[in-house]
Design a protein around this ligand. Structure first.
Ligand code: HEM
Length: 119
């Protein structure tokens, strides 16, 4: 079970990498638009995160930190909202507001930071 949990963490990381990688590519290219693969990365990270939020396959003596998990869920919803707002504007032929674009990258890093720093 512990190995299975590690595999889900691995899938969770693939989601994180996909979302942040796509965002970093766009930011570095100076092309501040959202692309579909960001949604997929968020969905993979979110789904795997929810599976990890249940107390199964934990190592002996390990406990869940529900305050941390709840915070990550709120941040995930905020990222989803930003992607939704930006994508809707793009569909209307408008540009994504700079704050909305930057928030997606920053909040993604915040969630990764919470995951590794908050113990
Ligand atoms: C964009 C959103 C997210 C990002 C970028 C992200 C990032 C990460 C990263 C980098 C790790 C690996 C940490 C480690 O192994 O030390 C991790 C682990 C984990 N994440 Fe997420 N995460 C996100 C969303 C979520 C959500 C929505 C949940 C739950 C509702 C969640 C729950 C967990 C859990 C339970 C772990 C297992 C290790 C731990 O206790 O931190 N994550 N996350």
């Amino acid at each position: 079970m512990e190995t299975l949990r590690h595999i889900v963490v691995f899938v969770h990381l693939i989601g994180f990498g996909t979302l942040f990688g796509a965002w970093a590519y766009q930011a570095f290219a100076g092309d501040r638009r959202f692309v579909k693969i960001m949604d997929y990365g968020l969905a993979i990270a979110g789904l795997a995160g929810l599976i990890l939020a249940a107390p199964w396959g934990l190592a002996e003596g390990a406990e869940m930190n529900y305050a941390k998990i709840g915070t990550k869920l709120v941040v995930l919803l905020a990222i989803g909202a930003m992607l939704g707002i930006g994508s809707a504007r793009q569909k209307r032929g408008e540009t994504v507001a700079p704050a909305v674009f930057w928030l997606v990258g920053i909040l993604t890093l915040v969630n990764a930071g919470i995951a590794v720093i908050w113990r």
